[in-house]
Each structure stands twice: as C-alpha cells, then as structure tokens.
Design a binder for this molecule. Structure first.
Ligand code: SAM
Length: 290
C-alpha cells in the first residue's frame, strides 16, 4: 500500500480574484483532485487561473456519502484539495465530515488559509475583536430568529452573523428589539467587490438606513454587532473572583479596605461589592472588622 496522501483545505476569494494566494494557486494546480461545493462555479474560477485539475462535487447533500470514497483515495496516496464556493471551507460551508474522517484515518490535513468574509468584516468593523463569537446564519423564521437573539442579548463578545440580503432589514429590526437600539453594529456588504460598502451606526440608525437605502439589501452581507456592556450581574467568572477575594481578605483586613481592593481588582461597582461583603459576613456570623 502506498503512503497516505494529504487533504488540503484551500481558501478561495470572496469576490476579488487577486485574493487567491500564490500557495493556494500552486496547491490547486498540483493536487490530483479538487473536491468543490459546486464544480461549475469553482471550475470557472479555476479556469481563470489556467488550472485544469479534475473536480468532484462535495456539498451538504452528498458529503456523508462521498467521505468514505475520498478518504479511501487519500489512503491510497492521493493529494486532494477541498474548496467551497467562496472563502474558507467549513466556515458556514461543507467539509467538516471530510476533515473529521480524514483526521481519524491518520491523513494529514493541511490548511491553505486565505479570505473569510467573517474575518474581513471584523477587520474593518471597528468593534472590539479581542473576543468575538461567530454565529453563522440566524434562523430564517422570525419567531426562531427572535428566540435566538434573546439568548444572545447578554453576550459580551462581539457577534458576527452571515445574513441573506432580503432578510437584513427584518434582522436589524429584530436585533434592535432584542439588544436595544443603541447597540453599535456594522453591515459589511460585497466585501472585496466593486460595490463594497460598510454601514456603521447604532442598530436603530441601521434600521432606518435599511428602510431608506435599497442598496443595503443587495449582495452578500456580514453583520457585526457589539457585545453587551459588562455589568456586575452577568459576568459569572468575575462574580466568582469577587467572592474568592472577599473570602480571603475579610478575615485579615477591615471590611472597607477589602471592598476597595476587590472593587479595584475586579472592576465591579464598589456598592455591589460592599453589599456582598456584608452578606458574606452575615453568612459566616462574623460581624467584626479584622
Ligand atoms: N466560507 C465562506 C467564508 O469563508 O466567508 C462563507 C460561506 S457562507 C455559505 C456565504 C455567506 O458569507 C454569504 O451569505 C454572506 O453572508 C457571507 N459572504 C460571503 N462573501 C461575502 C462578501 N464578499 N461580502 C460580504 N459577505 C460575504
């Protein structure tokens, strides 16, 4: 039996063909087979680069059935590239089952990174990016979408959604209702393409713009929404830290000094820390300052 082959996960452009990296181009030209979400669509893109590698279809409807065959070929030594219609495969695109099966079979899975609409939008949104959550597509039905947004309303990380153009106005309205109209958000559309545009504002402002500007509902869209502002109540990790610190400090220093220190370290409001310190004292039956 020959040495196992390699599965390359190759990102392709999200609009501007110049974003296909030199490494992606040579990988796609050199592999034995390219598994593509839509062979016609990817075939046209590849033709523009003079790449004639054979293609096979791997999409959400045949992925489960195709995986065994592709893993068999990889085990036989084939070098296979996976591409999706645009951007990075597996990001709201097929490929997860193939990657999992190839990895389980001991096949090397190699990323050839490049464009991704979510990351491109984040990079220009001007919203916090130290922590973010990618939510993919929201449910299409209004009731399910609203229910999902209620769950996300307290999320403190920046949120990234993919959205269809004909739903953007409804989704912005649902977001304003669930998160409050003053939350900052960005609609990034047609990134890297001729009509690229980035709309910034509060959710209320974006709802108005969506109603007034037909262009906002055209093309491909990423929606980036600021996370919920942190409050004393919703950050469990911070609350646990507060209690640990108070538990350690109250026996060894005066209450007000412990409260000052804990408030300073955790960033929690002093009056809330003070209330909790009094509560802890009552719980332990120790009402005297250290
Ligand atoms: N795998 C792709 C990636 O890496 O971004 C995403 C595939 S997902 C099926 C397609 C969605 O990505 C579109 O509906 C849109 O929300 C977003 N998208 C793709 N290209 C885009 C672009 N050029 N500008 C804005 N959004 C884009």
């Amino acid at each position: 039996m020959s040495a196992p082959g390699t599965l390359f996960i190759v990102a392709t452009p999200i609009g501007n063909l110049a974003d296909l990296s030199a490494r992606a181009r040579s990988t796609l030209a050199e592999v034995d087979l390219i598994a593509a979400e839509d062979t016609r669509h990817s075939g046209q893109m590849l033709a523009q680069f003079g790449i004639q590698t054979p293609l096979c279809a791997l999409h959400e409807h045949n992925e489960a059935a195709r995986v065994a065959e592709l893993v068999g070929r990889l085990q036989g030594g084939a070098r296979i590239a996976l591409v999706s219609d645009a951007g990075t495969p597996l990001v709201s695109d097929p490929g997860y089952r193939l990657v999992a099966a190839a990895a389980a079979a001991g096949i090397a899975v190699v990323p050839v990174p490049g464009a991704c609409a979510a990351i491109a939008a984040l990079s220009v949104a001007g919203l916090a990016t130290d922590r973010f959550a990618f939510e993919g597509f929201l449910p299409q039905r209004s009731a399910a979408r609203r229910a999902r947004l209620e769950v996300l309303a307290g999320e403190s990380r920046t949120l990234v959604f993919y959205e269809a153009p004909h739903r953007i106005a409804d989704t912005l309205a649902d977001l304003a209702a669930a998160f409050g109209g003053t939350r900052a958000a960005v609609v990034a559309r047609e990134l890297t393409k001729l009509h690229e545009s980035v709309y910034r504002g509060t959710l209320d402002e974006l709802v108005l713009r969506a109603a007034g500007e037909a262009n906002m509902a055209r093309g491909e869209i990423v929606l980036v929404v600021a996370g919920a502002p942190a409050t004393d109540g919703d950050d469990d990790a911070m609350v646990r830290q507060r209690d640990r610190l108070l538990g350690a400090l109250l026996p060894v220093m005066p209450l007000s000094a412990a409260v000052d220190l804990v408030s300073e370290v955790t960033g929690l409001r002093r009056n809330r820390v003070y209330e909790r310190a009094l509560g802890l004292r009552r719980e332990t039956g120790n009402t005297e300052d250290a």
